[in-house]
Design a protein around this ligand. Structure first.
Ligand code: PMP
Length: 418
C-alpha cells in the first residue's frame, strides 16, 4: 500500500500542503475525507446523467437507474452478500439501525423477548432498542465491558429468550472490544444463530478498516455509513439477509415501494424497494460506488491493519510518556486499532481538542455518542484520535507534540517527549 500515492488523491490534503497551514486530520472515526474520484463521480453524475431512478423511459433516467443499481451490486460484492436485493440504501448507519428496529423489530419481537446489546454501544445502536423495548415491553440485557481487560466478557452470558443480538463490530470509542481475531464475537453470533435469534452487526466503525463477509459472519443485518469509508454523506447501507425478507414490514410508505395502490389499500414491492420509499440518495449512492472502487484499488486490508496498528502504537508510546495521561483504549500490540481514546488528570478533553484545533490538528473530545460508556468509565470526557489509510507518522508526531505543549501550557507542568 503506497500511503503517499493514496494520500495525494485527497484534494483536502493537497490543498492544505500548498496553504500556510498543514491539516492534520485525526477525526476519521467521525468521518473520513473524500478522494478526488468520489468527488468527481458525484459532479459527473449531475453534469451528464441526472434524472430520477426507476421511473423515466428516456436515456438519462435509464443511465441514472443503471448507475444506482450498479452501486447496490458493488456494495453486495464488497461485503459478499449473496444477492443485490439484500442491500437497502439508507441515509446512514443510524437510519439503517432504526429501520431494523421499526421494520423488523416491531413485527417480530413480543413482550418478554430479550435484546442483547453490549455496554459499549454508540447511541445509534442503543436508543432505537430502548424505544422499541419501552413500546413492546421487551427486556434489554447488556454484555458487560471489563475495564481491566478492556474487552467485552462473553463467558456466562445468559442467552435465555434472546431474540436479537445487536452489537458493534468495533467501537467508536475503544476500537476492538472483542479479542484480537474477533473469535469471541463469532462464537457469540453462532450461539445466537443456534437458538434461532437474529443478529445485527453495527459495522459503522469497521467497514473502512476490516474485510467484511456477511455470509462468513452469518449475520442477519449489517449496517454502515458511506461517509466513514471515503464516501459521501447522506448514504448508508442496511444489509438484510434474504431469509429475513418475509419478516420485514415497510418503514415508510410512498412512491417506489408499492406493487399496487387503490383508494382503499396497497400492496408492497419486494426487497430492496420495500424499504426505499421515495426518491433515494442517487448521487450519494454513486459516490459510494466510487469509494468502494477507490478502496479496492488502493487499500489492502492486511497492509492497512499493520499501518493503522503501527500508528496507534506510536501514539500510545507517546501518550504513556505524558504525566497525568491515561489510556481508555487497549495497549495490546496485537489488537487491530484505529482509535485511541485518553484522558488527563488535570486537563479537560475539550481543552486539549481546542488547543490542537487552533493548530489545525483535528481530534475529537466529548462523550462520543456513548454516554453510558463514559459514565461507566467514570471520566468526564475522552479525547479520541482516529486514523485512516492516509494518516502518516508525521500526523501522529504533530498530535503528540501539540498534546505535550498543551500539558506544558494548560497544566503548568514542564516535561519533554524525548
Ligand atoms: N455506530 C457507530 C459505531 C458509529 O461510530 C456511528 C457514527 N459515529 C454510528 C453508528 C452512526 O453513524 P451515522 O452517524 O453515520 O448514522
Amino acid at each position: 500500500m503506497n500511503i503517499k500515492a493514496l494520500r495525494d488523491q485527497f484534494p483536502i490534503f493537497t490543498r492544505a500542503r500548498t496553504s500556510a497551514h498543514s491539516f492534520v486530520y485525526l477525526d476519521n472515526a467521525a468521518t473520513t475525507q473524500k478522494p478526488r474520484c468520489v468527488i468527481d463521480s458525484i459532479s459527473d453524475f449531475y453534469s451528464t446523467s441526472n434524472a430520477n431512478v426507476h421511473r423515466g423511459l428516456y436515456h438519462a433516467a435509464e443511465q441514472a437507474t443503471i448507475l444506482y443499481e450498479a452501486s447496490r451490486a458493488a456494495v453486495a460484492q464488497f461485503i459478499n452478500a449473496e444477492k443485490a436485493s439484500e442491500i437497502v440504501f439508507t441515509k446512514g448507519a443510524t437510519e439503517a439501525i432504526n429501520l431494523v428496529a421499526n421494520s423488523w423489530g416491531k413485527s417480530q419481537l413480543k413482550a418478554g423477548d430479550v435484546i442483547l446489546l453490549s455496554q459499549v454501544e454508540h447511541h445509534a445502536n442503543l436508543l432505537p432498542w430502548l424505544e422499541l423495548a419501552r413500546d413492546k415491553r421487551l427486556t434489554i440485557r447488556y454484555i458487560p465491558y471489563d475495564q481491566t481487560t478492556k474487552k467485552l466478557t462473553i463467558i456466562n452470558l445468559d442467552l435465555t429468550d434472546v431474540k436479537l443480538l445487536a452489537v458493534q463490530h468495533t467501537s467508536n470509542v475503544l476500537g476492538n472490544v472483542w479479542d484480537h481475531d474477533f473469535a469471541n464475537l463469532i462464537a457469540l453470533i453462532r450461539a445466537i444463530n443456534h437458538i434461532g435469534g437474529a443478529v445485527l452487526l453495527d459495522a459503522a466503525q469497521s467497514i473502512a478498516h476490516l474485510p467484511i463477509d456477511v455470509q462468513d459472519l452469518d449475520v442477519d443485518f449489517l449496517t454502515f455509513s458511506g461517509h466513514k469509508m471515503y464516501g459521501p454523506t447522506g448514504i448508508g447501507v442496511l444489509y438484510a439477509k434474504s431469509i429475513r425478507h418475509d419478516e420485514l414490514q415497510p418503514y415508510q410508505v410512498g412512491g417506489s415501494m408499492i406493487y399496487h395502490v387503490s383508494y382503499q389499500a396497497a400492496t408492497w414491492a419486494a426487497m430492496p424497494h420495500l424499504l426505499e420509499a421515495g426518491t433515494p440518495p442517487i448521487s450519494s449512492a454513486i459516490g459510494l460506488h466510487a469509494a468502494i472502487d477507490f478502496m479496492q484499488k488502493n487499500i489492502s486490508f492486511s497492509a492497512l491493519a499493520i499501518h493503522e496498528t503501527m500508528l496507534c502504537q506510536q501514539l500510545i508510546t507517546g501518550l504513556k510518556k505524558m504525566p497525568g495521561m491515561h489510556l481508555a483504549t487497549t495497549e495490546e500490540q496485537s489488537a487491530h486499532q484505529h482509535v485511541v481514546s485518553f484522558y488527563h488528570d488535570a486537563i479537560h478533553a475539550h481543552d486539549f481538542a481546542s488547543f490542537l484545533g487552533e493548530q489545525n490538528i483535528a481530534v475529537r473530545a466529548g462523550n462520543h455518542c456513548a454516554q453510558p460508556l463514559i459514565d461507566l468509565l467514570g471520566v468526564p470526557a475522552l479525547v479520541r484520535i482516529s486514523v485512516a489509510a492516509y494518516t502518516t507518522t508525521h500526523d501522529i508526531d504533530a498530535a503528540l507534540s501539540a498534546l505535550a505543549a498543551a500539558i506544558n501550557h494548560l497544566g503548568s507542568i514542564q516535561f519533554s517527549l524525548s
